[in-house]
Ligand binder design. Structure first.
Ligand code: ARG
Length: 604
């Protein structure tokens, strides 16, 4: 109930400045718990009061800070007001701090933080998040994995804050790669094999080896070779240079675009097989979608888009016969986007315009978020520009969340990485690590636990820095149990669960929290005061690192509290109050982890 405290401070503050409590609340923030024990709990910067027009500028900032601090009245909740450097510090009554926070955490653990006044303005409305969006019959690369976990985080966060969320997967399911696959299949393919061993077979028939669907298999290239497929690969390699393959592919794609039954039926089969595989992997990652769409759905709508652009005089035909939209500020074509090729076919951006219009109509979203790597930033700028030029004011509420590249995500099997290999690697390395720990021997489902912990390690590694940065992937660092890793978060959660299990028979209440005024307990409580601010920060810039840092600090604080505040052997009142605190922390930790897309484990 951080709001209760912010409101108490705002009440006293509003009596000496010229604006209302409500206007002051967002300016009041929790003091971060640093290593050195902080004595104040909340603070407000005088500059923010000046900016908000709450006080007029009055000479020297420090003198003004001091004067304001002197004027503010103390009361039962706000015990002390102290002037810092340009900042006014407030110290709360520690007993009330413990009481209010723990009371709320116990009566409504899942509403803690997310229902704060600070976040109320974000509630309501509908957010469409488009993420993952791999290309069918092409590689599912580390970028798609990043998009999957980042998009899932954004969708979880928005949902937690009270938005209606629609999760869309926009498959790259159209384009020349299907020409290749289709042409290959028509030469070497067999329907029978496609039924019995679908993905292996698609791999066999594909003329180009680098882009294919075998990454989706639990089988690696090595396994495929040992299955005796070298011959095919050899044939394909020869074929690679063959001009006739290219024309066959183009021909197949043309049939597809013209919706010829046989070609379409094959395409449908390839798509279905691949999507089924993706779904299996999404399930392992704990991710799901409300809607699978794809470029193929919107190809047919591009004609209408082009008509509309023509009517609005936005589409120009060039000498080469292509259709373009001028994006330059001066109208001199110094920058433009191509929407139609000279042969009349649509492009990636054309389908994206059609998809956006269709989604607006179908889902009536208030905001739309696209999650892809940063190489597509220009594409999305152009997309939003064109939508807005078409007169769609909602284009302003379309955002692109861009992320950087991951380097060196290789597995023991070698450099080439496929999504499923990454999950296997995370699980097997985790199983090994866990074998070395005493407690894991008694796990009922060690494989499942290892998988969950492994995935959380991947997620935390990915979410630690600014999303836009590239980072180097290092398995050993990722899976350490100490340091700021996903393993450490899971370990902290499991440890709290085990403590609570051990004392499950002693029913405890949070009625008397007076034993929680020691410095360890106070640090934990002070830190919990920040939760809603951290959620706000993440909601504002859609970066998970604020929440990650918060949960890491929480875990470190808990580790110290765990050491110094024993439950066993302590007097009943202290034991009960501590259990109350630990159980509150466990629920905040679990809720925060879930927003990040991590499933907390109870034992490990
Ligand atoms: N399929 C694309 C790729 O893998 C990503 C799609 C992103 N979304 C969009 N609406 N263009 O590069």
């Amino acid at each position: 109930m951080a709001c209760f405290f912010r409101r108490s401070v705002a009440l006293q503050l509003s009596k000496v400045v010229g604006v209302s409590e409500d206007a002051l609340i967002p300016l009041i923030s929790a003091v971060p718990v640093s290593k050195k024990q902080t004595t104040s709990d909340l603070r407000v910067s005088v500059n923010s009061l000046l900016q908000r027009g709450a006080v007029p500028p009055d000479g020297d900032l420090q003198t003004q800070t001091q004067a304001l601090a002197n004027q503010i009245k103390r009361d039962a909740v706000v015990e002390e007001v102290v002037a810092g450097r340009g900042v006014i510090h407030f110290r709360l009554n520690r007993l009330i701090l413990a009481q209010k926070l723990l009371e709320q955490l116990h009566s409504e653990p899942d509403g803690f933080g997310v229902k704060s006044d600070l976040l109320r303005h974000l509630q309501g409305g509908r957010t469409l998040v488009e993420f993952s969006s791999p290309n069918i019959a092409k590689k599912f690369h580390a970028g798609h994995l990043r998009s999957t976990i980042i998009g899932n985080f954004i969708a979880n966060l928005k949902k937690a804050l009270g938005k209606d969320v629609i999760r869309v997967n926009y498959l790259g399911d159209w384009g020349m790669q299907f020409g290749l696959l289709g042409a290959g299949f028509e030469r070497f393919g067999s329907q029978e094999k496609l039924k019995t061993r679908p993905l292996e077979h698609l791999f066999e028939v594909r003329p180009y080896r680098d882009v294919c669907v075998f990454h989706l298999l639990s089988l690696s290239l090595v396994d495929l070779f040992s299955l005796g497929l070298q011959v095919y690969v050899q044939v394909n390699r020869e074929v690679e240079s063959d001009e006739s393959v290219r024309s066959a592919a183009a021909e197949f794609y043309r049939r597809l675009v013209q919706r010829e039954d046989q070609a379409l039926e094959l395409w449908r089969q390839f798509r279905e097989i691949t999507v089924d595989e993706y779904k299996r992997i999404y399930q392992r990652l704990g991710v799901d979608f409300d809607h699978y769409s794809g470029e193929s759905f919107h190809d047919g709508q591009t004609q209408n888009v082009l008509e509309e652009l023509k009517t609005k005089r936005l589409l120009k035909t060039t000498e080469k016969g292509t259709g373009v939209v001028d994006l330059s500020a001066m109208g001199d074509m110094s920058s433009y986007a191509t929407l139609v090729r000279s042969d009349g076919t649509s492009l990636y951006i054309t389908r994206d315009i059609a998809a956006a219009l269709d989604r607006k109509q179908r889902f009536g979203f208030d905001e739309m978020i696209y999650v892809t790597d940063k190489s597509q930033s220009v594409h999305f700028q152009q997309l939003f520009h064109i939508l807005s030029a078409m007169g769609h004011e909602w284009a302003e509420r379309c955002h692109h969340v861009a992320f950087g590249l991951v380097q060196g995500m290789s597995t023991r099997r070698g450099e080439v990485v496929f999504l499923e290999d990454v999950l296997e690697e995370a699980r097997s390395r985790m199983i090994n690590n866990m074998r070395q720990s005493r407690t894991s021997k008694v796990l009922e489902e060690p494989e499942l636990t290892a998988e969950r912990v492994g995935i959380s390690a991947l997620i935390i590694q990915d979410f630690k820095g600014p999303l836009i940065s590239d980072y180097k992937f290092d398995w050993d660092k990722v899976l350490q149990s100490q340091g700021d890793t996903g393993v450490f978060l899971q370990y902290t959660h499991a440890r709290l669960c085990s403590l609570l299990r051990r004392h499950a028979s002693e029913s405890y209440s949070c009625r008397d929290v007076s034993p929680l005024t020691d410095s360890r307990s106070v640090s934990v409580l002070q830190h919990l005061l920040r939760y809603d601010e951290v959620l706000l920060q993440s909601a504002n810039d859609l970066q998970p690192r604020h929440l990650v840092n918060f949960l890491m600090t929480l875990s470190h604080l808990v580790a110290s509290a765990h050491r110094e505040l024993p439950v066993k052997g302590s007097p009943a009142a202290a034991a009960q109050a501590r259990l109350c605190l630990f159980s509150a922390v466990r629920s905040v930790l679990a809720n925060g982890m879930r927003i990040l897309g991590i499933t907390p484990v109870d034992k490990m």
